[in-house]
Design a binder for this molecule. Structure first.
Ligand code: NDP
Length: 309
């Protein structure tokens, strides 16, 4: 019985080292090095080549290296009956809270103006909003959305949330389902996307949705690039309805040199770093699921395939 690590474009060595530290008896292969495909029952992956897992007749579990699983489920050739797990990790969750808070604060204090003005040696003061007077709407009240909501509340923001099913969260005015989307959006002066990427949520950040936001709303997308219709965002910023955006994720990553987002004065770009998985912090839960698979016990953080997250 062996474990396969597949993460093209990433260095697998930290993963292998952390797995072996955690579970010294584990036999770990790294794709594409030569290995016996029949031996592999458990795979750990990020952005595997499409169709790869069809070649593993005994594969039972695919563990995502991160909180998102769209990179696995979007493979039309995924073997039947395979179980998929995702990462739920305190460090990942806390880091997302810190990042979103930093972007929200950056926006209300207008800090990006001063970075630009420093380059021009320009001394210019701007008025700013206070957290107490700022409404932030979070799309997705899961592990990360909840943590972000909590952090923003502790920093005195007025927090609104939207999810698929009804929630009763402390300190968050929550809405759910398509019927309540408009009311949620009308209260979102800053809109944070923390939805998983599914058929229902792809392209959800589009002109119709932006129209329902208050004039001057600001967008923070830390979920997936495919949530955002890029052209609609540019149009709504350029016509003044939106005041700008902070984008951490993109339809194509790395963002191509010629992409208009790079030079847009009202768009802040970060290279998908809102919250990075640290192998040493998450291998324990992966190793535990490996043992659970061997013992035929229910897996932790299992993805519901029919929901897509
Ligand atoms: P969860 O699965 O814990 O939560 C997902 C939330 O989205 C749930 O509240 C769910 O509602 C809601 N949701 C799903 N579909 C819909 C829908 N159609 N309409 C309304 N609400 C919906 O996910 P996480 O919080 O762990 O992660 C969210 C995403 O963040 C990941 O999928 C990943 O793409 C992204 N991410 C980005 C990172 C970065 O560095 N930029 C790092 C890590 C993750 P309900 O509760 O009712 O089911």
């Amino acid at each position: 019985m062996s474990v396969l690590v597949v993460c093209p474009g990433k260095d697998p060595e930290n993963w292998v080292k952390a797995l072996k530290n955690q579970h010294p008896g584990m036999n770990v292969y790294v794709y594409p090095e030569e290995h016996d495909t029949e031996e592999v029952e458990f795979a750990i992956t990020w952005n595997h080549p499409r169709g790869l897992f069809k070649n593993y007749p005994n594969l039972k579990v695919i563990a995502s290296m991160g909180a998102g699983v769209d990179h696995i489920l979007s493979d039309a050739a995924l073997p039947d009956n395979v179980e998929v797990t995702k990462i739920v990790d305190d460090t990942l969750t806390e880091d997302m809270g810190d990042f979103v808070l930093s972007q929200v604060m950056n926006h209300i204090r207008g800090l990006h103006h001063y970075v630009k003005n420093q380059q021009k040696k320009q001394w210019e003061k701007f008025q700013y909003k206070r957290p107490q007077n700022t409404k932030v709407g979070i799309m997705g009240l899961g592990v990360l959305g909840n943590a972000v909501a909590d952090k923003l509340h502790k920093n005195f923001f007025k927090v609104y949330g939207w999810s698929r099913t009804e929630k009763n969260c402390d300190n968050v005015t929550s809405f759910h389902g398509k019927d309540q989307l408009q009311e949620f959006l009308e209260n979102s002066e800053i809109l944070v996307c923390l939805l998983p990427l599914t058929d229902d949520t792809c392209d959800i950040l589009n002109a119709d949705l932006f129209d329902m936001l208050p004039e001057g709303a600001y967008i923070i997308n830390v979920a997936r690039g495919e949530h955002l219709v890029e052209h609609d965002l540019m149009k709504m910023i350029d016509n003044g309805h939106l005041s700008g955006a902070s984008l951490d994720v993109f339809r194509e990553e790395p963002l191509p040199d010629e992409h208009p987002f790079w030079d847009h004065p009202r768009i802040n770009i970060t290279p998908h770093i809102a919250s990075l998985t640290k192998p040493e912090s998450v291998v324990a839960q992966i190793a535990e699921n490996y043992d659970r698979m061997k013992e035929d016990e229910p897996l932790k953080n299992k993805v519901e395939m029919e929901k897509g997250y």
